[in-house]
Design a protein around this ligand. Structure first.
Ligand code: 8NA
Ligand code: MG
Ligand code: MG
Ligand code: MG
Length: 351
């Protein structure tokens, strides 16, 4: 029903903001990323009483959320994808607040997008890295509004929309495939019955079916490549979920935790799936959303982006009620994210 759906749209949009804001405290600070340390930050967020020391929006969002806001606003105002408008919003947002922690190379694209004479807004992205395009996770980190907007449409619609949004800044096939994987992960989570325990095998099978097709197509173009790295990582996740406990070192080695799409989207999906199963450690009493965020940060490396992508998936599955009020209160942009979710649900119903 619609009343239930709204909690999941809000959960997804807000979940992404929460992961970004809390994850940003640990970005590139690997020694700090132990569960007990992360829980200290969480305790700070939860224990400070309203009206006393707790500051509203104390934990600030980074480029991940800044760009997701532009995606949401552009889809809402245009009731669909408008490349020129979205490119303008990315670029203007960067110029307004350049210190949100953007990737080192994407800022070149934002500067070129400032040129009012520019005919093809996809051209600056195609020129990145000597024509190879960026394989960074900057496409995937901002994609959450797309699967919400596409809720009543099919997977083909979702994939096309996702590809177009990504290609404004990221043209490398691995960035596009990784963003589609994140989009699918959110879309499938939204469409999965959350009143029964999550069937992680079935969830992975659905992702694999689509990624297999995409990577087969990619192989025809990339003749030197003879493997399907996203499918490989989805298979490894299934294997890990059958085991008792897998070390973070092994997960980092196999799934990755860096600023590339291939090295971060799988870590985000795994955090969501692992957190649907019980823990026997200090995460034991946390709900599925809380576990997902804390576990994603414990993956180290690009923590804001991995936790943000994981939060978007977990929020879509568990809904806004699973996100503690104190977390929402403490993270900048959480209230706005809820408002975008409400507008996206209205538009998705008209499509
Ligand atoms: P990007 O397009 O600048 O890519 C990020 C980085 O990935 C680049 O600076 C390169 O080092 C590397 N890279 C990407 N494509 C190639 C290629 N074809 N060949 C060689 N190297 C390549 O920016 P983005 O928007 O993809 O970046 C997103 C990330 O940056 C997010 O994690 C976001 O939070 C932010 N960020 C991350 C860190 C971090 O180190 N974890 C720090 C600051 C900002
Ligand atoms: Mg960031
Ligand atoms: Mg960052
Ligand atoms: Mg990051």
């Amino acid at each position: 029903s619609c009343a239930k759906l709204i909690t999941r749209f809000r959960g997804s949009m807000v979940g992404a903001v929460i992961g970004d804001c809390i994850g940003a405290c640990f970005e590139m600070n690997d020694e700090e990323c132990t569960k007990s340390n992360i829980l200290k930050t969480i305790a700070h967020i939860e224990n400070v009483k309203a009206g006393k020391r707790r500051k509203f929006g104390e934990y600030i969002y980074t480029d991940d959320t800044a760009m997701a806001r532009s995606v949401a606003e552009s889809l809402i105002d245009n009731k669909g994808f408008n490349a020129k408008d979205m490119a303008k919003r990315f670029s203007e947002e960067y110029m307004r607040e350049p210190r949100r922690g953007y990737g080192g190379n994407v800022i070149t694209v934002f500067k070129l997008l400032q040129d009012p004479q520019l005919e093809d807004v996809f051209e600056p992205a195609r020129r990145q890295f000597d024509g190879q395009g960026s394989f960074g996770n900057g496409g995937a980190m901002r994609i959450v509004p797309a699967p919400l907007f596409s809720y009543n449409k099919d997977i083909e619609f979702l994939q096309n929309l996702t590809r177009q949004i990504t290609e404004i800044t990221h043209s490398h096939y691995q960035a596009i495939q990784g963003t589609i994987l994140e989009s699918l992960a959110i879309y499938i989570a939204l469409h999965t019955d959350n009143t029964i325990p999550l069937d992680t095998d079935h969830y992975l099978q659905q992702l694999k079916k689509h990624m297999n097709t995409l990577e087969e197509e990619g192989l025809a173009q990339e003749s030197e490549k003879n493997d399907k790295p996203y499918c490989y990582k989805l298979d490894k996740m299934k294997e890990y979920l059958e085991q008792e406990e897998v070390s973070i070192d092994e997960l980092n080695e196999v799934l990755g935790n860096d600023v590339s799409a291939l090295g971060s989207v799988p870590a985000a999906i795994y955090s969501f799936l692992r957190s649907s199963k019980p823990f026997t450690d200090e995460l034991e009493d946390r709900n599925g959303f809380e576990k997902t965020i804390i576990y994603a940060i414990s993956m180290k490396g690009d923590t804001d982006t991995i936790a943000s992508m994981a939060g978007a998936i977990a929020g879509a599955y568990y809904g806004i009620k699973s996100i503690p009020d104190s977390w929402q209160h403490s993270c900048e942009g959480a209230i706005d994210a809820s408002k975008y979710a409400d507008k996206l649900i209205d538009i998705s119903e008209e499509l």
